[in-house]
Design a protein around this ligand. Structure first.
Ligand code: BDR
Ligand code: CA
Length: 315
């Protein structure tokens, strides 16, 4: 399998930062660019965070294209500061870019995605770890990206695990269900890294403490931003010992080593409103005939994923 060339569509976000750093520390992955989206905070804040994270990682050669400030159809709802802190980066006090030269490129995210995919047919994997608005806008701008892309991997949704923002919906899908409907319907090679696997990958305080004590600046940074995320998991879910769900890095772990996961392809629908808004309904017994099949990851070797993340982030 040749290395993956990816565009990382992201709303950083504590676990987005972990995912980005994992990708940056993985020889299997080349990042062509970051595209930003509202979600864990406003797009202003997530774009600032994306630029700052690349600065921390000394990888400001990677372009950042700013994306959607709101969902396709719905008004902007509550953003994720209640999980990720006021700066969406663990309350480390980021209010501005860390250096004046840190700027997004002139192109909007959807245009960046469409142009890059069309210029590199069969080469690019889109990895989306926030609401799917930018991918949907790119599809609207250039529908041929559905054939030109190599594959699409999203962190979002769930087959049987309970939702994390409603009884059945996962946040990234819930936050823009109309975009998710387009992305799930596009007919491209789509893998869903959903709550079925990401809530099974649980990282605890000893692992964060080891990152904090590591020689790696990226590992130490993750150790610094983790406490706010640990607090949320303790208060919301009663998790003990500083344990958190490892959502976004699991999507990167899948790219690095798909053998860590097992999945099954099912046809999917995504209701856009009502109590099931943003639920990813998998047709496990073949009742729907028309919607495309999505590769849904449902099993994971969690200890090996955690070992991979820890090894890469502390190297
Ligand atoms: C997803 O929502 C966001 O808070 C996380 O960054 C992750 O992408 C988990 O539901
Ligand atoms: Ca995210």
């Amino acid at each position: 399998m040749p290395p993956h060339t990816i565009i990382l569509d992201t709303d950083p976000g504590i676990d987005d930062a972990m995912a980005l750093f994992l990708a940056l520390r993985s020889p299997e992955i080349t990042i062509l660019g970051l595209t930003t989206v509202f979600g864990n905070s406003t797009v202003e804040a997530t774009t600032r965070n994306a630029l700052n994270l690349l600065h921390v990682a000394e990888r400001t050669d990677i372009p950042v294209a700013r994306g959607a400030a709101q969902p396709l159809v719905l008004p902007l709802g509550e953003t994720g500061e209640f999980v990720h802190g006021q700066d969406a980066m663990g309350d480390i006090g980021w209010t501005d870019v860390l250096a004046p030269y840190l700027k997004p490129v002139d192109q909007p995210a959807a245009q960046f995605i469409a142009e890059q995919v069309m210029a590199n047919p069969g080469q690019i994997t889109l990895v989306a770890i926030g609401p799917l608005t930018n991918l949907a806008l790119a599809l609207q701008l250039e529908p041929r990206i559905a054939q030109a892309v190599r594959s699409v991997v999203i962190m979002g949704g769930s087959v049987v695990a309970p939702g994390n923002v409603s009884p059945t919906a996962e946040a990234n899908i819930y936050n823009d269900p109309h975009a998710a409907e387009l992305v799930f319907g596009a007919g491209w090679a789509l893998t869903m890294v959903g709550l079925d696997v990401t809530t099974a990958v649980r990282m605890d305080e000893p692992r964060f403490a080891a990152l904090r004590a590591s020689a790696s600046p990226l590992g130490r940074f993750v150790g610094q931003i983790a406490p706010r995320y640990q607090q949320f998991h303790r208060e919301r879910y009663g998790y003990q010992n500083g344990t958190v769900d490892v959502h976004d890095p699991s999507a990167i772990a899948y790219l690095i080593d798909p053998s860590l996961f097992a999945g099954q392809a099912w046809r999917m629908v995504v209701p856009v409103d009502g109590p099931a808004r943003g639920t990813t309904i998998a047709d496990r017994h073949g009742h729907f005939l028309s919607t495309p099949k999505v590769n849904c990851l449902v099993e994971v070797d969690a200890p090996r994923v955690l070992d991979l993340i820890q090894a890469r982030l502390s190297a």
